[in-house]
Design a protein around this ligand. Structure first.
Ligand code: SF4
Length: 411
């Protein structure tokens, strides 16, 4: 008889989520036939006004994640490089720029946009990327500028961003030819708030031991709070997911059989190696229970007023994880280490995402000094597999896990 524990049952809600995402993309792809407009928007952009005005938001970064998961990143990134773009440019941008021309990727390219909404709260790359696409598709571009909040949210920043909320709505009214309905905007704001609150609840379930799901599951379930934020669909789905995860907790089902070590992931996922990485850590009875990436879509809840969403939106969208100073980021990481009872931190130094990777050495130092837990840094790229060495990363994970086990007194 084998001593290998049997794998836990799959999370049933995953199938429903796939169906919802298929419906969402079909609706977006058939928008023109149904006389609806499509806006491409950055992942951290204020989407609620679009939803309130019945404009379909489409996220090139979510599409980039699909390209990475489908292992189509290398071809598309190489194609962009053939077009003259540097291999140092973010792989989401490279694959999207190439996809627009060759109609490649897992769904044959995104629907043509009627407008582009670019919010620079995640990085500066998106500014040039969206300018390129605005020229290519010959459509209007709105830039929502959110200054970096290195040490806090000053009255000057507040006034500056608030002005842009008004300009944003005026832009949407002009391009769509419709007036914004304040009652509808309020309703969408409440749904967005509720969706983010539920998403936080989903992520909180992994504080339980054993964890009913892993960060790899969170990377998958994240897609809905990104793409369908502000809709009843996202709210209903996350309620169902929470019920299933709570049942798993009651039944004692952990996603990693014999979970012994609990790890925190930093930075975007390596989309083309999710299963490979999950298997490597599981082999050491280690579960990546949480991550800094997926929590970015609920981390600004504390700045939001569900009854006055539009007014609070400026602060909430400015003070997101990638737009704050390194000290505040480190504070967030330390909070997660305490909340999830973490044994080790795994940092993905992401060749694509400079703003996420830039402060990691400082965060690593702060975490080591304040908690003493081991930290592993692996070099990779979220979409482009040419920056990934399986043998090198496997050796590093094995060595890191030896230290984690030793520190936990179990080696
Ligand atoms: S550089 Fe980072 S934040 Fe910017 S688009 Fe790429 S992955 Fe997203």
């Amino acid at each position: 008889m084998s001593d290998t524990p049997s794998p836990p049952p799959k999370i049933m809600a995953a199938k429903k989520m796939r169906d919802l995402m298929t419906t969402y993309y079909l609706e977006a792809l058939s928008a023109a036939q149904n006389h609806r407009q499509v806006a491409w928007i950055t992942s951290g952009g204020p989407v609620e006004p679009l939803v309130a005005m019945d404009i379909i938001p489409v996220y090139p970064e979510n599409h980039g994640a699909m390209i990475g998961s489908a292992k189509m990143g290398e071809d598309l990134c190489a194609k962009a490089e053939d077009m003259g773009y540097s291999g140092d440019l973010c792989a989401y941008a490279r694959s999207d720029i190439a996809c627009a021309v060759v109609k490649g990727g897992p769904i044959g390219g995104l629907p043509k946009p009627d407008m582009l909404i670019c919010c620079n709260n995640i990085c500066g790359t998106v500014l040039k990327w969206y300018e390129i696409q605005a020229r290519y598709f010959q459509v209007p571009l709105f830039i929502f500028d959110t200054p970096v909040c290195h040490t806090g949210y000053t009255p000057e920043i507040a006034a500056y961003v608030k002005t842009q909320v008004n300009e944003y709505i005026a832009f949407l009214e002009q391009v769509s030819g419709k007036k914004m309905d304040p009652a509808r905007m309020n309703a969408v704001g409440k749904l967005s708030y509720e969706g983010q609150r539920l998403w936080q609840q989903v992520l909180n379930t992994t504080a339980h031991k054993p964890s009913p799901m892993s960060a790899f599951d969170a990377f998958f379930f994240l897609a809905l709070i990104v793409t369908l934020r502000g809709t009843q669909i996202a709210v209903d789905f996350y309620k169902e997911l929470i019920a299933e995860l709570e049942q798993r907790i009651k039944d004692g089902i952990g996603v990693v059989p014999d979970e012994t070590y609990r790890l925190l992931w930093d930075n975007l996922p390596v989309w083309h190696r999710l299963k490979w990485l999950s298997d490597r850590f599981s082999a050491h009875q280690a579960c990546l229970v949480a991550d800094t990436y997926t929590s970015a879509w609920c981390g600004a809840l504390k700045y939001m007023d569900e009854n006055n969403f539009l007014d609070s939106m400026a602060e909430a969208y400015t003070r997101i994880y990638l737009n704050i100073g390194v000290d505040e980021m480190a504070e967030e990481v330390l909070k997660m280490i305490r909340f999830y009872d973490i044994h080790g931190l795994v940092m993905h130094s992401n060749r694509s995402c400079k703003p996420y990777s830039f402060g990691q050495m400082d965060i690593m130092r702060i975490v080591r000094e304040k908690t003493g837990i081991p930290v592993l840094m692996i070099e990779a790229d979220m979409v482009d597999p040419r920056s990934f060495s399986e043998s090198q990363i496997e050796t590093r994970i094995d060595a890191f896990m030896e230290i984690v086990k030793h520190k936990a007194g179990r080696s």
